[in-house]
Design a binder for this molecule. Structure first.
Ligand SMILES: [Zn+2]
Length: 325
């Protein structure tokens, strides 16, 4: 299983791995800004305790046990989310009651996850505190919050703190959006250049707009057939007489392609209808996203060494067609 947050949350990942290897504490508090994958990490942490096909200590994410946990059908893991409705005292008492009976599954360990746990009533926080003070049996608590300052200090002090941070890319993407870029432009340019001014400049460039629309058109055609996709590229983008720099468009086109395939591979969410649809339709492609990524990377390499744009595009077509035939 590919977990994108492993790259983005090295500190949290290391702490979770250590806990899995050396035995866990009774309670963890995952804290950090929104969008830093705290709940995803909590789920994988919980899955890894039960999965029988772990690799390097981490859950496989696809066995029967992992899937049941993911779908909330595993009796010894309870998830309560305070995102929309606050967590109430009854929710905590319910967990306590469920866990006081003998283990329902065969393992003995029981885990509860409270997501957005800052959104709990005062009575719920007090019950939680009592529960943390007097744990019964092999119970593990994973609390997740965007607002550490809203959690009772007495609760915080009973948990092992696990920090989550926005990655550099997420930080500048956020600035980009605050500065008026669309979610998709911010998503792409934050991975292409290193600051907001450059992002804004890039979005204004015709080469960038052309490369983006070429990539989207190319993928749509490729979903039907790859030959059609290549023809589209030749006619719409990379022929001898275009007014913009072919070379620059090709580099942007390939870089956007790499980001796109990574989005498919890691199931990254981008708030853009067109982009999301393009990702959802990827299953129509006869080439795995892993394979497409490696083709694009090798073409990027070539394009750096070889100045001839048309030859490089030809190579792309050759490798893609070789893969499907
Ligand atoms: Zn598994």
């Amino acid at each position: 299983m590919e977990y994108n947050f492993i790259v983005e949350q090295p500190v949290a990942y290391r702490m979770v791995k250590n806990a899995l290897k050396k035995g866990s504490a009774h309670a963890y508090l995952f804290h950090g800004p929104k969008g830093t994958h705290k709940l995803e990490m909590a789920m994988v942490f919980a899955q890894s305790m039960f999965c029988e096909h772990t690799s390097d200590g981490m859950a496989c994410g696809c066995c029967d046990t992992c899937l049941r946990i993911q779908q909330g059908l595993f009796a010894d893991i309870i998830l309560v989310d305070g995102e929309k409705v606050s967590i109430k005292k009854e929710d905590i008492l319910h967990i306590q009651k469920e866990f006081s009976t003998t283990a329902l599954e065969k393992y003995g360990k029981k885990i509860y996850i409270l997501n957005n746990c800052e959104n709990s009533t005062a009575a719920a926080m007090n019950s939680l505190l009592k529960f943390l003070e007097e744990p019964e049996g092999d119970v593990l608590a994973i609390l997740c919050t965007d607002q550490l300052e809203r959690i009772l200090p007495t609760i915080v002090s009973r948990c092992q703190l696990v920090p989550f941070r926005l990655s550099d890319y997420q930080v500048i993407k956020k600035y980009g959006i605050e500065n008026g870029l669309s979610e998709l432009d911010a998503h792409l340019t934050s991975q292409l250049v290193s600051n907001v001014t450059e992002m804004e400049n890039l979005v204004k460039q015709e080469e960038y707009q052309t490369a983006l629309s070429l990539w989207m058109g190319f993928m749509k055609k490729c979903y039907e057939d790859i030959q059609g996709g290549m023809l589209y590229l030749m006619l719409e983008g990379f022929h001898a007489k275009t007014k913009y720099s072919n070379k620059e468009v090709l580099e942007l086109f390939l870089n956007i392609g790499v980001i796109f395939t990574q989005d498919c591979l890691y199931q990254r969410k981008v708030e853009s209808e067109d982009w999301t649809k393009l990702i959802a339709d990827y299953s129509k492609m006869n080439i795995s996203s892993q394979k497409l990524l490696s083709i694009l990377l090798s073409i990027k390499d070539r394009s750096l060494r070889n100045a001839n744009v048309l030859l490089t595009v030809d190579q792309l077509g050759y490798l893609l067609l070789k893969e499907v035939n």
